[in-house]
Design a binder for this molecule. Structure first.
Ligand code: HEM
Length: 494
C-alpha cells in the first residue's frame, strides 16, 4: 500500500518535470509550425483545468467562439485539433476525406479492440471490415423489405409490452432498448429473444453501464494518462464488460459454426463464417475470429444504445410538448389511419419526419463524435496538421450551428419544414457524422425510429406520471448523452 502511494508520487513528480520541459516546447512549436491556435497549456495537465469533464463538448463550443472553427487543445500531453461548425466539419470529413478518414488511437479502445473490427480499427482492416459490414447488412435486408418486416413484427411485441403497464408509470430505458436490441441481434444471429430472456437483459444492462462509464471523467483521464492503467477504476469495469460481451459473442459463434450451411446463410455471422471458409488459404485474410468478434460487438454496441437513446428522447420530448405530440397523431390518423405504419408512409408525413429529425438534432446524442486522426501531413484552412494529429469533428457544434438553425437551443420542428409545411432536409443535420467514417447503421436507425415511433403514437398518448408537472430535458452524460432517468405513462388511445 505504502509502496504504491510512493510509486504514484514518484511517477507524478517525474512526469511533471518532463512535461514542464516539454509543455513549454510544445506550445512554442505549435506557433512555429503553424498549428491551430488554442489556450496555453499548463505543464502535465495541458488545458484540463478549463474543461468541463462531464460535458467537454460545451467547453469546446465556447472555446471556438474565441479561437475560431479550427483550434487546438491539449489534454495532458495529448494535442488535439477541434473542428467546429457545419462548413468546417464538412470541409474536413467530406472534401478532405482521404486526410481525415483515420480513427484516432484512444488507449481505452485500443486496449479492448486491438485494432480489430470497424469502429476502432485502422487502415486496411477497417476498409475491408466496413465494406463487408455494409454489403452484408444490405443483403440481410438493411434498407430493404425484410428488415422492415422484422421491425414491424417487433413493433407488435413493443406495443404488447406498453399495454402490459395499463397506463401506470414505467422507466423507458429497458423497455425501449429491448426491441432495438432484438433487431440488431436478429440481423447478426438470425433470431430474436423473448423480452424476459435473462441473456438479452444482461447484455443490455452491461452495455448501458459501459456507455455511461465511457463518458465519465475517470475514463477521460485514463485515456489522457494511460500510464495509470494499473490503478482500479471505471476503465477496468468497462474492460471487464467488454470481456463479458465478447465471451457471449464467442459462445454464439460456436453455435453458428456448428449449424453453418454456406448455401443457406441466415445471418450476418453466417455470412462472415462463410467468407472465412472461402478465404482460409489466403495468408493475409482479414476474415479471422478477432475481427468477427469485434465487428459483431461493434454492431451490437453501436446499434443498441444510440438508437434506443434517441427513441427515449422522442418519447420524453412528446411528453414535454403535448401539442406537438397531438399534431404527429393527427398526421398518423390522416395518412396511416389504423393500418400498420410502413416506411413508404414517411414521405407523406412531413411533420412526423420533421419531429424525428429535430429530436435527433436537439438530443445531440454523440456530441463529441468519435475522434479521427490525420492519415498524412495535411494543410487545412491555412493550418498545418502533421500525420497522426488527433482530430475532434465536433458534432454538437454542427447540430447547433446558428447559421443553419434559427433557434439552435430550442426544440423546434420548423427547422425541417418550409413555409408550406413540406419537409426540407437541412445540410447541417449530421447526427451520423459524414464522410468515409459516417455511421454504418444510418439507414437502419432511421427506419427503426420512424416505424417504432409512429407505431407507438398510433396506439398510445405519452403523458408524465401523475404529479410530475415539469419534464426535464437536461441530458445526463456518457459516451452518448441519454436523458435523465425518468418514467412515462402510455395511455391507450382506443
Ligand atoms: C440514432 C442512431 C445512431 C447514431 C446517432 C449514430 C451515430 C454515429 C456516429 C456519430 C458515428 C461516428 C462517425 C465518425 O467517426 O465520424 C457512428 C459510427 C458507427 N456507427 Fe452509428 N449511430 C447510430 C446507429 C447505429 C446503428 C443502428 C449501427 C449498427 C447497425 C451503427 C453502427 C456504427 C458503426 C459500425 C460505426 C463505425 C463506422 C466507422 O468507423 O467506419 N450505428 N455512428
Amino acid at each position: 500500500m505504502c509502496f504504491s502511494v510512493l510509486t504514484v508520487i514518484f511517477l507524478v513528480g517525474f512526469i511533471t518535470l518532463i512535461c514542464y520541459i516539454r509543455g513549454v516546447n510544445v506550445w512554442k512549436n505549435n506557433i512555429q509550425q503553424n498549428f491551430p491556435p488554442g489556450p496555453r497549456p499548463l505543464p502535465l495537465i495541458g488545458n484540463l483545468h478549463i474543461m468541463d469533464l462531464k460535458r467537454p463538448h460545451e467547453t469546446l463550443c465556447k472555446l471556438s467562439e474565441k479561437y475560431g472553427s479550427v483550434f487546438s487543445i491539449q489534454l495532458g500531453m495529448k494535442k488535439m485539433v477541434v473542428l467546429t461548425g457545419y462548413e468546417t466539419v464538412k470541409e474536413a470529413l467530406v472534401n478532405h476525406a482521404d486526410e481525415f478518414e483515420e480513427r484516432a488511437r484512444v488507449p481505452m479502445f485500443e486496449d479492448f479492440a486491438k485494432g480489430h473490427g470497424i469502429i476502432f480499427s485502422h487502415g486496411e482492416t477497417w476498409k475491408v471490415m466496413r465494406r463487408f459490414a455494409l454489403t452484408t447488412l444490405r443483403d440481410f435486408g438493411m434498407g430493404k423489405k425484410t428488415i422492415e418486416d422484422k421491425i414491424i413484427e417487433e413493433c407488435g411485441f413493443l406495443i404488447n409490452q406498453f399495454e402490459s403497464f395499463h397506463g401506470t408509470p414505467f422507466d423507458t430505458l429497458m423497455s425501449l432498448t429491448l426491441p432495438i436490441a432484438n433487431i440488431i441481434v436478429s440481423i447478426l444471429q438470425g433470431y430474436r429473444f423473448d423480452y424476459n430472456d435473462p441473456v438479452l437483459r444482461r447484455i443490455i444492462h452491461i452495455n448501458n453501464k459501459a456507455d455511461r462509464l465511457l463518458g465519465t471523467p475517470m475514463v477521460l483521464l485514463y485515456n489522457i494518462f494511460p500510464i495509470f492503467r494499473f490503478l482500479p477504476g471505471n476503465h477496468k469495469t468497462v474492460y471487464n464488460i467488454v470481456l463479458e460481451i465478447n465471451a457471449y459473442i464467442k459462445s454464439t459463434l460456436m453455435e453458428c459454426q456448428r449449424q453453418l450451411d454456406t448455401n443457406d446463410q441466415r445471418s450476418f455471422i453466417d455470412a462472415f463464417l462463410s467468407r472465412q471458409k472461402e478465404e482460409k488459404d489466403h495468408p493475409n485474410t482479414h476474415f479471422n475470429e478477432e475481427n468477427l468478434v469485434n465487428v459483431v460487438q461493434n454492431l451490437l454496441g453501436a446499434g443498441m444504445s444510440t438508437t434506443a437513446t434517441t427513441f427515449q428522447w422522442c418519447l420524453l420530448i412528446m411528453m414535454k410538448y403535448p401539442e406537438i405530440q397531438e399534431k404527429v397523431q393527427e398526421e398518423i390518423e390522416r395518412v396511416i389511419g389504423s393500418s400498420q405504419p410502413r416506411t413508404e408512409h414517411r414521405k407523406h408525413m412531413p411533420y412526423t419526419n420533421a419531429v424525428i429529425h429535430e429530436v435527433q438534432r436537439f438530443a445531440n446524442i454523440v456530441p463529441m463524435n468519435l475522434p479521427h486522426e490525420t492519415s498524412r501531413d495535411t494543410n487545412f484552412k491555412g493550418y498545418f496538421l502533421p500525420k497522426g494529429t488527433f482530430v475532434i469533428p465536433l458534432l454538437a457544434s454542427v447540430l447547433r450551428d446558428k447559421t443553419y438553425f434559427e433557434n439552435p437551443e430550442e426544440f423546434d420542428p420548423r427547422h425541417f419544414l418550409n413555409m408550406d409545411g413540406k419537409f426540407v432536409i437541412n445540410d447541417a443535420f449530421m447526427p451520423f457524422s459524414a464522410g468515409r467514417r459516417i455511421c454504418v447503421g444510418e439507414n437502419l436507425a432511421k427506419m427503426e425510429l420512424f416505424l417504432f415511433f409512429s407505431s407507438l403514437l398510433q396506439k398510445f398518448t405519452i403523458r408524465p406520471p401523475p404529479g410530475v408537472t415539469d419534464v426535464d430535458l437536461t441530458p445526463t452524460f456518457g459516451i452518448t448523452t441519454p436523458p435523465m432517468p425518468h418514467q412515462i405513462c402510455a395511455l391507450s388511445r382506443t
